[in-house]
Design a protein around this ligand. Sequence first.
Ligand SMILES: [Zn+2]
Length: 234
Amino acid sequence: MPDPQIEKLLIVQDRDIALQKIEEELARIPRERAKIEALIETEKENIDAASQSLKEKEVQRSELDHAVKGKESDIARFKNQQLEVKKNDEYRALTQQIEQAEAEIAQLEETEIKLMLDIDSTREAFEAEKTTIEARIQDQHEEIKQLGEREQNLKDSIDAAKQALAASREGIEANYIEHYDRVKKLAKRPPYVAAIQQHKCGGCHLRVSNEVSRGAMDAGEPHFCDQCARMVYA
Ligand SMILES: [Zn+2]
């Protein structure tokens, strides 16, 4: 005949495990949230880096533009000077400077065209990537929202779980409940009260002595596994 005290302890154990599950899940949520937030941060940094590189190229392009304009005004100045000089060699020297500036402009413009093509393809890739990343960030925000809802549900249920546990402990003989609490502290994981089946403890799965095996069938006092010290019954 099963020990009625053990039967009560099995209910206590069920509620202990249920409460532990809620507490463990609650403890995990901030870590999960931090992980998702870090992902979002990285995604945003990637967008910023890509946008920054695009901006740098635009700056390079306007610098080239500026350089071309500078050369063009140089040429205009040289041409004006040519109208004023009297000597042939001075005139020739200015012609040389003009040709030099024109060659430099041609080179700058070639670089600028390459850069503009590069900017176009970079921008296209950036826009496409940005859309993908932003969709991913939206999903991640949704995950965080769901985590928050789960957290609230768990918090709401924790009080009820604690009350149910306290209620189940009422009326259990001190000898049993004290040993139960002691085993609970000792054992790394549930069960704290384990059934013996075919001479094996349901907690550590090791073979118990014949004495423990026989004793576990006697109601009236708690019995313990001689391998792991969990409370046992049969
Ligand atoms: Zn055991």
